[in-house]
Design a protein around this ligand. Structure first.
Ligand SMILES: [Zn+2]
Ligand SMILES: [Zn+2]
Length: 404
């Protein structure tokens, strides 16, 4: 399994540590609510992928993080508080409420997984001659300083004399009512969870994947793993062909890079051209509901974006940095591709550094073009012989959808 997170063959972390890992991620109210809502959706999707793949540790962390984000962070978001006067306030509020409705089910599932992890960990401890003291490690959604509290209390009581078999039997018949896990949730009554929720969304039966996984060989500056992203180079050529008309008018064009997670690596297999407003140095997506509907219906991950600089060289502008930050909040591995057809260095594949890029931009409240005081906010991440990045060019089939 995933080398960074300990699948069935790897040494397990003490499940007690996973709660603090789940609660530690960069958060700021200055990031638009819709970005956080997309981020939560991605967390859930990601968690469900890992559940299907049998990686319970990763699933547990992502489910807890989903609950933490909704219940402990977002309910205080200004756009939610002032939804009546916020742009798309009513839509975002509805989305938030719908997501909150999924929380009881997610928490029950997290609780079930926690018990399995506790049992596995106990079994591992008993097999080892000396106690192993694991250290928290980074998770895909990044490790962070945190002000949030995700408390599970009381700590499960381990009965060292109980046989694992009887423990597992008990676990499998446990219900939410004798919960050993309590999440400290403090969202206000107006977002109270209604009991009649949507149909179950969780895969119940993990399938074991015997195929080899892609080893994670890249890490952020802070040590979080960056799984490999495979990018078909012809997709960039096709994008430039689509953009040609705008480029000749000195207008930017943007596209969304989507794909699949498979055996611990991402594969970009869809280029989606969203409805957009273009100028010579900006490009903003519009009617994003349509875009997200399309992406969700095909069960795709958003793996980054691509845009042209018809008149400028190949770099990330300050506006681009903020755009890229919102993609990386959703997914650590998300990339920004910049194409500058007029310049010698035509193509750049970038990500924000972490740190200093992600914390700097997340906590920057400015909009429009503006300077940042910190250097080294982003890096090239195309893997070449001399340079180890997490993006690998590889000829793979892909599709294009133009939503304009
Ligand atoms: Zn740009
Ligand atoms: Zn800024």
């Amino acid at each position: 399994m995933d080398s960074s997170l300990g699948g069935s063959s790897a040494r397990l972390q003490d499940p007690k540590l996973l709660n603090s890992i789940a609660a530690s991620y960069e958060y700021s109210n200055s990031i638009p609510l819709k970005i956080w809502l997309r981020s939560a959706t991605t967390m859930l999707k990601h968690g469900q992928y890992y559940a299907t793949d049998g990686n319970l540790t990763e699933t547990y962390v992502l489910y807890l993080r989903y609950v933490d984000l909704l219940a402990n962070r977002l309910y205080k978001h200004p756009e939610l508080k002032n939804w009546k006067t916020s742009k798309d306030g009513a839509i975002n509020r509805q989305t938030y409420q719908n997501m909150c409705k999924k929380m009881p089910e997610i928490m029950n599932e997290a609780e079930r997984i926690r018990k399995l992890l506790d049992a596995k960990y106990l079994e591992q401890q008993q097999r080892q001659p000396r106690p192993y003291v694991p250290r928290p490690r980074a998770t895909p959604m990044a490790k962070r300083s945190s002000e949030s509290s995700l408390s599970l209390s009381p700590e499960p009581q381990e009965d060292l004399n109980a046989s694992l078999a009887s423990k597992l039997r008990t676990l499998s018949s446990s219900s939410a009512n004798n919960s050993q896990i309590k999440l400290d949730i403090s969202y206000p009554n107006e977002f109270a969870i209604e009991s009649e929720t949507e149909p179950p969304v969780l895969p119940k039966k993990p399938i074991s994947s015997s195929a080899a996984v892609h080893k994670t060989v890249n890490f952020t500056e802070g040590g979080s793993p960056l799984r490999t992203v495979f990018l078909p180079p012809k997709l960039v050529d096709e994008f430039l062909t689509i953009a040609k008309k705008n480029t000749s008018k000195k207008l930017e064009t943007c596209g969304i890079l989507c794909g699949k997670l498979n055996r611990n690596a991402f594969f970009i297999n869809y280029l989606v051209i969203p409805e957009q407003d273009s100028t010579p140095n900006t490009c903003n997506t519009k009617n994003e509901e349509k875009l997200f509907d399309f992406i969700d219906n095909l069960d795709l991950f958003v793996l980054g974006w691509i845009h042209t600089h018809p008149t400028q060289s190949c770099f990330l502008s300050s506006v681009d940095l903020h755009t890229q930050n919102s993609y990386q909040i959703m997914l650590n591995e998300a990339i920004a591709i910049v194409c500058s057809p007029k310049f010698e260095r035509k193509l750049g594949i970038f990500r924000l550094t972490d740190p200093p890029g992600i914390p700097t931009i997340t906590n920057c409240n400015l909009s429009g073009f503006h300077p940042h005081e910190t250097d080294n906010l982003y890096v090239e991440c195309h893997r070449t012989n001399s340079d180890g990045g997490h993006v690998v060019l590889k000829d793979l089939p892909f599709e294009i959808k133009d939503l304009r």
